[in-house]
Design a protein around this ligand. Structure first.
Ligand code: SF4
Length: 352
């Protein structure tokens, strides 16, 4: 481990680098905790380039806690459409409703908000209130593990403790907001996962991973993320200019988003197998006018799942309807509902 003066040199080098290289982003011109909170939640699983427009649109429509709390959840989800990890939007909405119109001002209250963990609480409290809570996210793990040459797995209890303590020791108590933003930006732009810019790195002289040629191995992880395959057969039913959708419920992906009738199968099945399945038969009955596979073999990759999707089109006689589980809407009304990126892809392809 390095001594105090080396640690403070590392800090000032990072801050200097940040002041010269930081990106101008809309949430960097404010200390409003509400806006910092929204930006941090958006950026949790989203790249800045994608999150930027979502943040601007979201803040334009929901400029403060009161507006967000008063909104309808379906509308909040609609503004989140395409970002993925929809529990973030549901939690934001629930947390806004719990605030009684005022954003909390202590670390304990902030971390008690639904969907807020240690990282987000530290980001909000340091940036908005100048409190010296160090952030530890993927970027920070990467920078610290490489610079200090720490190979304790970041997903182990011991690793989490080591990195949390080190980050807290390193944070600049005088300017925690600046330091936290500097180390995260440094991880995002300079010390990147696959191609860190070591040649032009201000801390290269003290970087142990560079000296020991262990950059590729750090940060270390003990578990690989388990990915499961799922097989979705969507039935796009048309009848008299209308189609049918349903809100997803249960503890699963895309909760509370809308989608076409879905038949999920344990493995990929053929068109014939689908048409003769009891689920398909009970969904559309036998008096359909036509049925065809419209879009097949769509591979949609999420963080822990790969979805293999087929979209079928079934035309029914004009007045025909599905069971009460489904909402009958005009085709053009679909745009008003929050849907998954996968359904959006289908609609875009089906238009062209
Ligand atoms: S020298 Fe390379 S690995 Fe080390 S901190 Fe700089 S960019 Fe990261």
């Amino acid at each position: 481990m390095k001594n105090n003066s080396q640690l403070s040199t590392f800090n000032s080098q990072l801050i200097m680098w940040y002041e010269e290289n930081k990106r101008e982003l809309p949430w960097r011109n404010t200390t409003d905790p509400y806006k910092i909170w929204i930006s941090e939640i958006i950026l949790q699983q989203t790249r800045v380039a994608q999150g930027y427009d979502y943040f601007v649109r979201f803040i334009e429509r929901f400029p403060d806690v009161q507006t967000l709390a008063a909104a309808n959840e379906d509308e909040v989800l609609k503004y989140w459409q395409g970002l993925g990890y929809y529990s973030r939007a549901r939690n934001l909405h629930a947390a806004a409703k719990s605030m009684n119109g005022v954003f909390p001002s202590t670390y304990q209250e902030v971390i008690n908000l639904k969907g807020v963990g240690e990282y987000t609480a530290a980001a909000i409290c340091s940036i908005s209130y100048g409190m010296a809570y160090a952030v530890v996210d993927g970027n920070v793990y990467r920078v610290l593990s490489r610079y200090f040459g720490i190979d304790t797995p970041i997903d182990s209890t011991e690793g989490k403790k080591i990195f949390k303590e080190l980050a807290q020791e390193l944070i600049d108590k005088e300017q925690p907001a600046l330091y936290n933003q500097a180390i995260m930006e440094f991880g995002a732009l300079q010390c990147t996962p696959a191609s860190p810019n070591c040649t032009l790195c201000p801390v290269a002289d003290g970087c142990l991973a560079l000296a020991n040629n262990t950059i590729k191995q750090l940060p270390a992880k003990q578990h690989k993320t388990k990915v499961t395959n799922r097989y979705f057969n969507y039935i796009y039913v048309r009848a008299g200019g209308c189609t049918f959708i349903k809100k997803r419920t249960g503890n699963d992906i895309w909760k509370n988003l809308f989608e076409f009738p879905l038949i999920e199968t344990p493995e990929q099945i053929s068109e014939e197998e689908l048409y003769s399945s009891p689920e398909f038969q009970s969904l559309v009955g036998s008096d359909h006018l036509s049925v065809k596979l419209l879009l097949g073999n769509v591979k949609h990759v999420l963080s822990h799942r790969i979805i293999f999707a087929n979209f079928y089109q079934v035309d029914l006689p004009d007045g025909k309807t599905l069971s009460n589980d489904y909402i009958r809407i005009k085709q053009e009304e679909l745009e008003g509902y929050a849907i998954s990126r996968l359904t959006q892809i289908f609609l875009e392809k089906n238009k062209s």
